[in-house]
Design a protein. Structure first.
Length: 672
C-alpha cells in the first residue's frame, strides 16, 4: 500500500503480509488532523525504514515514543500510532500490539487481524485568502499584521513547522481589503516601527511568528500589553536586532515546547538548563508577554552557539514591487535584509583557464554571448541559504522571484510516478546522458518514469517543455538567443507554458533562459552564468543528479557540488532554491564530512538541512554510537569520533554523500 502526497510528490510504502483492499474511512477518527483515511484488514504493517513512532491513547495523550532499534509492547485498548515518514501517517488500531525496530525497518504486529484505519496529512499548505493592499506603508502595516492569522497556535508549539500555516497572499491594489475571517490572534504584542517599507519588510517574519500587530512608531521596538519593551537597537543595528529577536524567541520556544505534546530528550534543553536560569516548566504555561520578557532578558551571546543555523536570509529591495513576495519569505521564516553586497567582476565568474581547454574540449555555448551582466556577491549571513531580490545577478545566492512561489502554489496535484525528463541536444555530450540514466530512479521504494529525448527540433523542444514533469535535465548548447535545436534556436522568453517543476540547464550562459522558464511556469532551477567546459559540466551534472535523486533541494545540492568542483561557482539558482525533486529518506537532506585521524579512527561532521517535508523547527537523531538525544535540525554535529567499523556501519544505513579530502563519495570506498 502506497500513501501519496500528490502535491508535494512524496510517497510512503506500507507493506502487509497479504493483499488488502483499502476502503474509504472517516478521517476525523484520529486524535490528530488527517486529510484522508482508509480502512485495511491486516494483522501486521511493515516499513522499510527505521523511523520515529509515537503512540497515543484514544484521547490523544502520548504514551510512548519509540526511537531507533527499540521494541515495545502495548496491551488492550484503542491506540493512535503516529508514523514520522515521508508523508505524515497515522494508524488507529486495537491492542494488544507490538512495535519492533530492527536496523533500517519498523514492524507493527497485532495479535489478530482487524480493521486498521490508516490516515495521512499533506505537508502542503495553501494560503487561506488574499489580502489587497496599497503601496502606502500604513496600509502595508495593517496587511502584514494579518499574516499571523495563519498560525495554528500561539503557544510555543508554533515552532513546529506543521503548526505554522502559510500566510495569506498579498496583492497590490487601489485600497486595503482584508477578507472577512482573516484575523490576527490577540497576543498582546505589537511592533512599533517607522512607517517605511524598509522597516516593514525586515520585521514581517517576526510579526507573523509572534502574532504581533505592526503599528507606526518613532523608534523601532517590540512592546507587550504587560509593559515589557524591547528596543531594536544595539551594535548590529535594526536589521540585526530583529533577526536576533526572531532567532532567540524561536530557539527558546523549541526548548520550552519539550514540556508539551512531544515529550522528548532534547540536547539543546539540557545545554540551556546548564547555563541559564530558565524555569522551562513554568514558561510553558506562561503568557507570550512573560515568555518574551524572560527570553529577551537573556543576552543573545549566552545562547548564540546553540541557535540552529537559520534556513534562509533574503535580501529584498524595499520597493512596492516586492510587497507580494512577503508571505513567501515569511512562510520560510526567513531573515529579511535590505540588499547589501559587493560587485563581482565578470572575469571572476568565468572559468579559469578556459582557453587551455578549448584545444581538446568544447564549451556548451551555441554562439556569441554578452558580458554585460552585473554580478553581485551578497553580504555574508549565518544562514544555510541566501536569496537575492534586487538588481543584479547574485553569486552564491538564488535569484528569488515572486512568480516562482506563485507557480508552486498553483501546481496541480499529480498522481503516479516521479517524472524525470532528460534532453540532450548535442551528440558530443551523450556522456552525460549515460551517467544520468544510471542515477535517476535508482531509489528503492520510489517509482520513477524517466523519459529521454535527443536532437530535438524547435517545435519538439517547445512540446517537451510544455509537458508536465517533475524535473527537466537539459544537456546541450545555449546562448543569449536561446536553446540550440537541430533546426535553429528557441528563446525561452517566447515559451508561454512550461510544465516542469524544477530543472537543470547544464549549458553555457543559461541564467536568462532559466529565469524565463520560471516566468512561464517552473518553480526553480539550476543555471550557469558563463561558458562551461563540457568535460567539467559532465561531472557537475552527474553529482547534481545524484544529490537531487536523494532529495536534496536545489540550492543545497549546488552548495555540496562546490566542495569538489572547480567550475561549480559558475552555477546558480533561479526561482525557489528550496524545491526538491523527490523526498529524502529521513526527512532532512544530510551530508557528512569525514577526516582520518589515524589508521582506524575517523572524525565526522554531520550536516542536516531542511526540505519541504521538514522545515525549521524539525528534529533529528542520527543513528550514531552514544547519541541518545534529539537535536534541532539545520545544525551541525561535529567532532564525532568513529572507528572504521562504526563508520562503515553508519554509511551502510543510508545512501548519503560524504566529503572526504575535497571529493564527494557515495559509499565507503574512500576508507580503503
Amino acid at each position: 500500500m502506497v500513501v501519496r502526497d500528490n502535491v508535494e510528490r512524496h510517497q510512503f510504502l506500507l507493506r502487509t503480509p497479504s493483499s488488502i483492499s483499502p476502503t474509504p474511512a472517516d478521517e476525523t477518527r484520529f486524535s490528530l488532523p488527517a486529510d484522508a483515511a482508509v480502512s485495511i484488514d491486516t494483522d501486521r504493517v511493515d516499513l522499510s525504514v527505521n523511523l520515529v513512532v509515537c503512540v497515543r491513547d484514544e484521547s490523544g495523550s502520548m504514551l510512548a515514543k519509540i526511537d531507533h532499534q527499540e521494541t515495545e509492547q502495548f496491551g488492550p485498548g484503542t491506540y493512535s500510532v503516529e508514523l514520522f515518514g515521508p508523508v505524515k501517517t497515522y494508524l488507529r488500531l486495537e491492542g494488544p500490539f507490538r512495535i519492533e525496530k530492527p536496523p533500517m525497518a519498523t514492524g507493527i504486529s497485532l495479535d489478530e487481524k482487524q480493521d486498521v484505519l490508516v490516515g495521512a496529512r499533506s505537508s502542503h499548505e495553501n494560503p487561506a485568502a488574499t489580502i489587497t493592499t496599497t503601496d502606502d506603508p500604513f496600509d502595508v502595516m495593517k496587511a502584514v499584521s494579518a499574516l499571523s492569522s495563519a498560525l495554528k497556535t500561539t503557544s510555543v508549539e508554533r515552532s513546529y513547522p506543521t503548526l505554522r500555516g502559510h500566510p495569506p497572499l498579498l496583492e497590490r491594489g487601489d485600497e486595503l481589503v482584508i477578507p472577512d475571517g482573516i484575523e490576527a490572534p490577540d497576543t498582546g504584542v505589537r511592533l512599533e516601527l517607522p512607517p517605511t517599507l524598509e522597516h516593514i519588510f525586515v520585521a514581517t517574519p517576526l510579526a507573523y511568528y509572534l502574532g504581533a500587530k505592526v503599528v507606526p512608531g518613532e523608534t523601532p521596538r517590540l512592546v507587550t500589553d504587560s509593559g515589557f519593551v524591547h528596543e531594536f537597537d544595539g551594535p548590529n543595528g535594526f536589521e540585526g536586532s530583529v533577526a536576533r529577536t526572531l532567532k532567540q524567541t524561536f530557539f527558546l520556544d523549541c526548548v520550552v515546547r519539550t514540556e508539551g505534546i512531544y515529550d522528548i530528550d532534547l540536547h539543546e534543553r539540557q545545554a540551556i538548563e546548564s547555563r541559564l536560569n530558565l524555569d522551562v516548566e513554568s514558561l510553558y504555561e506562561a503568557p507570550l508577554g512573560e515568555q518574551l520578557e524572560q527570553y529577551l532578558g537573556t543576552p543573545y551571546e549566552h545562547i548564540a552557539d546553540l541557535v540552529p543555523e537559520w534556513k534562509l536570509t533574503t535580501h529584498v529591495a524595499p520597493q512596492p514591487d516586492n510587497i507580494e513576495l512577503l508571505p513567501f519569505v515569511t512562510n520560510d521564516l526567513a531573515v529579511v535584509r535590505t540588499p547589501s553586497g559587493s560587485e563581482v567582476p565578470h572575469s571572476e565568474v568565468q572559468a579559469t583557464a578556459v582557453d587551455d581547454f578549448l584545444r581538446d574540449d568544447i564549451v556548451r555555448s551555441a554562439g556569441t554571448v554578452s558580458s554585460g551582466d552585473t554580478y553581485v556577491q551578497p553580504s555574508s549571513s549565518n544562514s544555510v541559504e541566501q536569496a537575492w531580490v534586487s538588481d543584479g545577478t547574485p553569486v552564491g545566492a538564488s535569484k528569488m522571484t515572486t512568480t516562482a512561489y506563485q507557480n508552486r502554489l498553483q501546481r496541480e496535484p499529480t498522481t503516479g510516478d516521479i517524472e524525470i525528463t532528460v534532453i540532450c541536444n548535442d551528440q558530443e555530450m551523450l556522456a552525460e546522458t549515460d551517467i544520468v540514466d544510471d542515477v535517476y530512479g535508482s531509489r528503492d521504494g520510489i517509482s520513477f518514469e524517466v523519459d529521454a529525448h535527443y536532437n530535438l527540433s524547435r517545435s519538439e523542444l517547445r512540446d517537451v517543455l510544455a509537458e508536465p514533469t517533475d524535473f527537466l535535465h537539459y544537456i546541450g548548447h545555449i546562448d543569449d538567443d536561446g536553446f540550440q535545436c537541430r533546426d535553429g534556436k528557441v528563446d525561452a522568453e517566447t515559451v508561454e507554458d512550461v510544465g516542469t517543476a524544477a530543472f537543470l540547464l547544464n549549458a553555457c550562459r543559461s541564467y536568462d533562459q532559466g529565469l524565463a522558464l520560471v516566468e512561464a511556469g517552473a518553480i526553480g532551477g539550476i543555471v550557469t552564468f558563463s561558458e562551461v567546459i563540457n568535460s567539467h559540466a559532465v561531472g557537475v551534472g552527474r553529482t547534481l543528479a545524484q544529490l537531487l535523486n536523494r532529495g536534496f533541494p536545489l540550492q543545497i545540492s549546488l552548495d555540496v557540488v562546490r566542495t569538489d568542483s572547480d567550475i561549480a561557482h559558475q552555477y546558480g539558482v533561479v526561482g525557489d532554491g528550496g524545491i526538491s525533486v523527490v523526498q529524502t529518506e529521513s526527512g532532512v537532506a544530510v551530508f557528512c564530512e569525514v577526516e582520518r585521524q589515524r589508521q582506524n579512527l575517523f572524525e565526522m561532521s554531520y550536516h542536516a538541512y531542511h526540505t519541504s517535508r521538514s522545515g525549521i523547527g524539525s528534529l533529528i537523531m542520527p543513528i550514531l554510537p552514544g547519541l541518545t538525544q534529539y537535536h534541532l535540525s539545520s545544525g551541525d554535529l561535529s567532532g564525532i569520533n568513529l572507528t572504521e567499523e562504526e563508520l562503515r556501519d553508519f554509511l551502510a544505513l543510508e545512501d548519503i554523500p560524504v566529503v572526504f579530502d575535497g571529493n564527494v563519495y557515495w559509499d565507503d570506498e574512500f576508507i580503503s
